[in-house]
Design a binder for this molecule. Structure first.
Ligand SMILES: [Zn+2]
Length: 139
């Protein structure tokens, strides 16, 4: 793959086509000052179409969040213009403060200082439930 001008950073590859804006939002990439490139609907032999995000900067990438949104993605770590590591993601056991519980009677809706924690209850069907009220997460 052509990683163009990235010196030190990340290439998030194999993002499901159409999901890149969601990844961008959840990883707060809009707050970064380093260059970020989003490529939508790139041709993929494996997937037909895919999205790619390139980040030219040494940032802390939240792999838990990324795994939650798009666990099929691959993260290529780039150092000095070369891919030095490929990280494969998996669904995290828990996600904290990424999604919010939609249940109006849930304690997280009434209490301000509480963390929004969801637990993976069904890996096969990718089901997450609120640890307080067990409401299903829907994204
Ligand atoms: Zn809840």
């Amino acid at each position: 793959m052509n990683i163009d001008s990235i010196k030190n950073g990340f290439v998030i590859d194999h993002i499901k086509a159409g999901n890149s804006m969601q990844v961008y939002k959840y990883l707060n990439l809009g707050e970064l000052v380093c260059p970020v490139a989003i490529i939508k609907n790139a041709t993929s032999k494996k997937m037909g179409k895919k999205d790619i995000i390139k980040i030219d900067g040494n940032i802390e990438l939240n792999l838990e969040v990324l795994g939650y949104i798009n666990h099929d993605a691959t993260v290529n770590v780039v150092k000095n213009g070369e891919i030095v590591e490929k990280k494969h993601l998996e669904l995290p056991e828990t996600v904290t403060d990424v999604i919010k519980c939609k249940n109006p009677r849930c304690i997280t809706t009434t209490e301000q200082d509480i963390q929004h924690i969801f637990k993976l209850t069904d890996r096969e069907n990718r089901v997450y439930r609120c640890i307080y009220c067990e409401a299903k997460a829907n994204d």
